[in-house]
Write a protein of this length. Structure first.
Length: 488
């Protein structure tokens, strides 16, 4: 049993408490959902539980946290490792080895287990979590879902009493998310206690025992599973929560029509690509996009979505086929000049020392006026002098979108733009994309977020191993077909 008793925490560098008077009891074997708007204190709460606070994030603590009557605040990180295990949103952040088998053994070896005990623990992890197909593989060759399963396996090998999952579905396709739900179900049936911090709930609706809404560092409300799944849409949106039933959006979808009377045209003909000594990952891809189109690129992890984006943005050269813009065949260099990519992890593309400088980076002419207009439009003016690294995930994303606007890029690509975003941030990104489309920009969106696709896209392009794939106008019928494919 986990107990938070009047627990409060203030980071050393802050004046105010991030968590305030948390009183929460979690029974052994429960699966608890922690949710709420970004910045509400969810991450701080789980850091307090897994020992990152106070050992790696010092600050002022009031109250206590205990596990089966023992104070967790008195334990060293090494003592906590065998009691509380954490699976982070990005599994790469917790990998230390380059192959899967050694990664599964890493925690046990660091705990000082004998060789025989380590082998036994790996065998149990592989058997119970069905990981035999992943042994002796390079970490770098795994998909996002496969990496996460190895991360879960490495934690499971330590046999902790408590599992913490931090935004576990953020980078997963629907099949991998189903597999994640199966693993959680298995852990729950075996009596483990599970806490999940999450914005997407659809895969948890049959697993959650209780859900807690966190607001401004405190517990705003507690729900049973039934209560949480029946929150009226108006109240749910006022809480900043995603829907539990994204498939229902398909029934209410209204097609977003683009007349295509004028504007730019991007055309792909016979595109194929293969990595060295590998079979073709893309074969004979054909599609056409017009100014104002918002095309969702769908497909399972490993289907070739990121590869297609890399070719379209000129980062990779196609094996065969061609890309045309307004009738002109484009080289990879010309594609790079034409397009802008908003990456899933925006930290990889932020280089300047201020938001204002980031938006004007690489511009040859004076663009001060346009930078100011863009900052106003994106509600970033208050942060113009701030370092991009100091911003939240949603704010960083708006900065990268702002850079694309200032550069007048006629084609913009988004790679999983709503990964880890709450409802409010998801809606904000959707509206920004709609504004860009309204200005005649061609937009491609790689996403596994059905709720976001339904809200934002006018067409879809499915990559699922077929030889020739063309884009389709998004209609209620196609959405219903997709929802059956993903959620049944």
């Amino acid at each position: 049993m986990i107990t938070f008793e009047n627990f409060s925490f203030r980071y050393e560098e802050r004046d105010e408490f991030t968590l305030r008077d948390i009183n929460l009891t979690v029974q052994t074997g429960e699966l608890i959902l922690l949710t709420g708007r970004s910045g509400c204190g969810k991450t701080t709460l789980i850091r307090s539980l897994n020992g990152l606070i106070p050992h790696f994030y010092p600050g002022e603590i009031k109250g206590n946290i205990s596990l089966d009557g023992q104070s967790l605040l008195e334990l060293k990180p090494s003592e906590l490792a065998g009691k509380v295990g954490t699976v982070f949103q990005d599994p790469r952040s917790q990998f230390f080895m380059t192959d899967t088998t050694r990664e599964l053994a890493f925690g046990c070896e660091n705990m000082g287990f004998s060789r025989e005990k380590t082998i036994d623990r790996i065998a149990k992890s592989v058997t119970d979590l069905k990981l035999s197909g992943y042994l002796n593989r390079s970490i770098f060759d795994l998909s996002s879902g496969e990496k996460q399963q190895i991360a879960i396996g490495s934690v499971y090998a330590l046999l902790p009493k408590v599992y913490i999952f931090d935004e576990p579905s953020a980078n997963l396709d629907y099949d991998a998310t189903k597999r994640l739900a199966e693993i959680m179900k298995h852990l729950k049936q075996d009596g483990y206690t599970i806490l999940v911090v999450e914005h997407r709930f659809y895969y948890l609706k049959e697993l959650v025992d209780r859900a807690f809404l966190i607001q401004k560092g405190g517990i705003k409300q507690e729900f049973t599973r039934e209560q949480f799944c029946r929150i009226p849409d108006g109240i749910r949106i006022s809480y900043g929560l995603r829907t539990v039933y994204p498939e229902r959006d398909a029934r209410e979808y209204k097609a977003k029509l683009n007349v295509h009377e004028s504007g730019s045209v991007l055309k792909v003909e016979g595109l194929s690509f293969a990595y060295r000594k590998e079979p073709d990952i893309l074969r004979n891809i054909n599609f056409e996009a017009h100014g104002g189109d918002v095309i969702g690129i769908l497909g399972h992890n490993g289907a070739g979505k990121t590869t297609l984006l890399s070719i379209m943005t000129g980062l990779l050269k196609e094996k065969s086929g061609a890309v045309y813009y307004n009738g002109k065949k484009l080289s990879p260099r010309q594609r790079r000049n034409l397009s802008y990519l908003v990456m899933q992890d925006t930290d990889y593309q932020l280089f300047a020392s201020s938001v204002e400088e980031e938006l004007s980076l690489g511009m040859k002419e004076d663009c001060a006026e346009k930078v100011t207009e863009t900052l106003d439009a994106l509600e970033l003016n208050a942060y113009r002098e701030c370092h991009p690294a100091s911003l939240s995930g949603g704010q960083k994303q708006r900065v990268t979108i702002g850079a694309a606007i200032v550069k007048d890029s006629p084609v913009i690509y988004f790679d999983e733009p709503t990964s880890g975003l709450d409802y409010d941030s998801m809606v904000r990104v959707s509206r920004l994309i709609e504004q860009l489309a309204g200005a005649g920009v061609i937009i491609f969106v790689v996403s596994h977020d059905f709720e976001f696709i339904t809200r934002t896209c006018s067409e879809v392009l499915q990559l699922d191993g077929q030889d020739s794939i063309k884009n389709q106008i998004l209609t209620p019928e196609i959405l219903l077909s997709l929802s059956k494919q993903y959620f049944n």
